[in-house]
Design a protein around this ligand. Structure first.
Ligand code: SAM
Ligand code: FES
Length: 348
């Protein structure tokens, strides 16, 4: 048996590997190993979730951001970004439309926009929860204080997505300006967990300066933190960022890592991301076939979708919400999976 498969057996038996061992798994990528791991990962996923794929309605509430992350198309330094923010009414309208389409989770995502104070967000969360009490509200609004996270949780928010971006402090420093710190990112994740959120972390595959060692640290972090959700997608350059000319990540390595993450923490909620669908026309199908079990169709108003451009050529920016959902429904059916009307909580 080859070394990667021996290591995967060890992982399945003990639930843990050393950093060196994770690094050897990353370095051991071959199409053949990827195939074997994808089969193992889908079979593990089936034990928890069958052939059901959970959907999250993504509402991109603002592309204003006070941060200047080097990879991100809506960083404050991008003077070409056409800025927008949705009103409270627009956000509830998106959720109402999503509810009628069968969504039972809404993800409010955006840049770190000072307009969205705790008071404004509390009103929005209460609006959605009072109209759709059977739905989960997920926030993905970046770094905030413990007190702020607590207020939003008390208002009814259920989950929070905050990708750790990289579990290597030095690498973190190369992807972010000095005012953003690895330590604060990690503190936010711990705060969210302590408050009681279902917490999602994650990273980009193929980000500049990433190595198999930094990826091994990401995998080790996932093994120890055991996130309820884990968002990984390829890094895709954006023309108006300092990383415009960097290489993008590959669908192959992204899918391989999705399989490894499923095997590290079998119940994890794992999205097959829009970024994966952007670099490969069948990317989202391939992600599901590698062990992912979540898709996140866009519910944002069509008029703003192109403006929430984190990277070049982002897909799903022209369609109506219903079209977006139908498209993913068909794609999932084509690989023998079905989208379900469900909040889609983690089955631990
Ligand atoms: N502001 C929030 C935050 O920082 O968590 C949420 C929005 S942020 C745009 C969401 C995620 O998009 C980031 O965590 C990052 O991993 C991803 N992202 C940003 N730029 C990207 C790029 N060029 N390619 C792929 N993913 C990207
Ligand atoms: Fe703030 Fe990307 S720099 S969302």
């Amino acid at each position: 048996m080859n070394e990667v498969l021996t290591l995967i057996d060890k992982l399945e038996e003990s639930g843990a590997l050393s950093l060196d061992e994770y690094e050897r798994i990353v370095d051991g990528y071959t199409a053949e190993n990827a195939d074997i791991l994808a089969k193992k990962a889908t079979s593990v996923k089936r034990k928890y979730y069958g052939d059901e794929v959970y959907v999250r309605g993504l509402i991109e509430i603002s592309n204003y951001c006070k941060n200047d992350c080097l990879y991100c198309g809506i960083r404050r330094g991008n003077k070409n970004a056409d800025r927008y923010r949705l009103t409270r009414e627009q956000i509830t309208e998106c959720a109402d439309e999503g509810y009628d389409l069968g969504f039972r989770t809404f993800v409010l995502q955006g840049g770190e926009d000072g307009y969205f104070t705790d008071d404004v967000l509390v009103e929005i969360i209460r609006d959605i929860k009072s109209r759709h009490g059977d739905c989960a509200v997920t926030l993905s609004l970046g770094e905030r204080s413990y007190e702020s996270y607590k207020k939003l949780f008390d208002a009814g928010a259920d989950r929070y997505l905050l990708r750790h971006e990289t579990a290597d402090k030095e690498h973190y420093g190369k992807l972010h300006p000095p005012e953003l710190s690895f330590d604060n990112r990690m503190k936010c994740l711990r705060d969210l967990r302590e408050i009681g959120y279902q917490v999602g972390c994650g990273f980009m595959v193929g980000s500049p300066y990433q190595t198999s060692r930094t990826l091994a640290k990401d995998l080790k972090f996932i093994e120890t933190f055991k996130p309820d959700m884990c968002g990984i997608g390829p890094f895709v350059p954006h023309r108006d960022t300092p990383f415009a000319h960097e290489k993008r990540g590959t669908a192959e390595l992204t899918c391989y890592l999705l399989s490894v993450i499923r095997l590290i923490y079998p119940p994890v909620l794992l999205p097959s991301t829009t970024a994966l669908g952007t670099i490969d026309p069948l990317g989202r199908e391939k992600g599901i076939l590698s062990g992912a079990n979540v898709v996140m169709p866009n519910l944002s108003p069509v008029g703003v979708r192109k403006k929430y451009e984190l990277y070049d050529n982002k897909i799903c920016t022209g369609e109506e919400s219903a079209q977006c959902k139908n498209c993913l429904e068909q794609r999932m059916l084509s690989i023998g999976c079905k989208i379900v009307v469900d909040r889609g909580d983690i089955k631990k």
